[in-house]
Design a protein around this ligand. Structure first.
Ligand code: DGT
Ligand code: MG
Length: 388
């Protein structure tokens, strides 16, 4: 069908990393709906379907106008038949029956609540759902066997499901900065993840730690963690060593896109700022983390003067910093699209460590994100436009 001349035809590139996707866009009604279906597909372990809905939503996020009719979608990439049916129904009826039914479904609601527990993935949540569990309190009441991560996830459930604000992220940044300077002067920390893309809130706070002199960063993580732990600032932490030496398949091809940096998954105990100075605890005065008496339930809001916040710390050698920065800034879909572009369009393999060119059989250096985009033959996309 020829596009009618009165319809503004707007075209977009096919890969999310070729487009600029701002945080605020014009099609939230449509993208929210498609992302519900994407999440539901994830709960059903249908990754292909989930990615298809996410790609469709991402295209709508990059449009400079609000979509009002199906004819405006002509020529746009990544809009499969299912996504188009959902969009059409919303444009015509105001809502999609499939999306409404999903939101109302017991399975979706339970999976959302159960995967909302830190340390609980889709597989565990699904097993619990089949056993009749619907919410975190059911997990406690039925005495499910939990690992340490999940125990922390249950204990701090409410806090960890309350968005982290930018102010809280900055407060955590000051603490991490102090810790890093204390154990390795000259090391630097960089806020990445959603906050670097300009998001006002996040589910966690992501930091990269490096030192300009290659090698100086080795064994830094245990020292940073001890410094924080000694001051009672960590409610939970799990550190994984770097594992480049064990790698047999080269740094650009880590399995399952998991990277091999020294990494610490943690939960910080962040003091709430809205107290009078005389109520502040003495520095270092409280060494033990306060833990709620019962497993589930953190006491009333007023009784606590701190908040549990998820923080990811990653230590990277200087030579890999730009790759790590690009890899950790996200969005998740933007990252996925970058890797897909690299493989399918450039015969390259991109990770948070390196970029390998299979045509030239060599690694390509990159000391800035801009250089990496150039190697990939892509126009540079600033972090604030990577909200694919
Ligand atoms: P948020 O925290 O939900 O507000 O949103 P983001 O965008 O900060 O998402 P997050 O914190 O899950 O991850 C930040 C970025 O880091 C994400 O785009 C993908 C990347 N990332 C997460 N986990 C890993 C990992 O294990 N390895 C690598 N290489 N990248 C990861
Ligand atoms: Mg994050």
């Amino acid at each position: 069908v020829e596009p009618s001349p009165t319809v503004p035809v707007f075209t977009l590139n096919a890969y999310g990393c070729q487009r600029r996707t701002p945080l605020l866009h014009h099609n939230n009604v449509l993208t929210d709906a498609l992302l519900v279906l994407a999440e539901n597909a994830e709960f059903n372990e249908d990754e292909g379907r989930s990615v298809a809905f996410k790609r469709a939503a991402s295209v709508l996020k990059a449009l400079p106008h609000t979509v009002r009719g199906m004819e405006e979608l002509q020529g746009l990439p990544c809009l499969g038949g299912h996504s188009q049916r959902v969009i059409k129904e919303i444009l015509e009826e105001g809502k999609s029956r499939e999306v409404e039914a999903t939101l109302q479904s017991q399975q979706f609601q339970a999976m959302k609540a159960l995967t909302g527990i830190f340390g609980v993935g889709v597989k565990t949540a699904d097993r619990w759902f089949r056993e009749g569990l619907r919410q975190p309190s059911d997990v406690v009441d039925t005495g499910q066997k939990l690992n340490h991560t999940q125990e922390a996830g249950i204990r701090y459930y409410e806090d960890l499901n309350t968005p982290v604000t930018r102010a809280e992220a900055d407060a955590i940044g000051q603490i991490v900065e102090e810790a890093v300077q204390a154990v390795l002067p000259g090391a630097t920390i960089t806020l990445t993840g959603g906050f670097r893309r300009g998001k006002p809130t996040g589910h966690d706070v992501d930091f990269l730690i490096t030192h300009p002199e290659e090698g100086k960063e080795e064994n830094l993580m245990p020292k940073v963690v001890s410094w924080l732990d000694d001051r009672g600032l960590l409610l939970y932490q799990k550190t994984t060593r770097n594992s480049y030496l064990e790698a047999k398949d080269g740094p650009a091809r880590p399995p399952h896109n998991m990277d091999r940096f020294e990494r610490c998954f943690s939960i910080f105990r962040l003091d709430r700022p809205h107290r009078r100075p005389e109520q502040q605890p003495q520095a270092g005065g409280e060494c033990q983390a306060q833990v709620g008496g019962t497993l589930l339930g953190q006491g009333s809001e007023e009784s606590r003067d701190w908040k549990a916040v998820r923080v990811d710390l990653v230590v990277t050698p200087a030579s890999q910093f730009a790759f790590a920065l690009l890899g950790w800034t996200g969005s998740q879909l933007f990252e996925r699209e970058l890797r897909r572009w690299a493989v399918h369009e450039k015969h390259m393999s991109l990770s948070s460590h390196a970029l390998y060119d299979s045509t030239q059989n060599r690694y390509l250096r990159g000391s800035t994100e801009e250089e990496i985009f150039t190697h990939l033959g892509l126009e540079f996309v600033p972090p604030s436009e990577r909200n694919a």
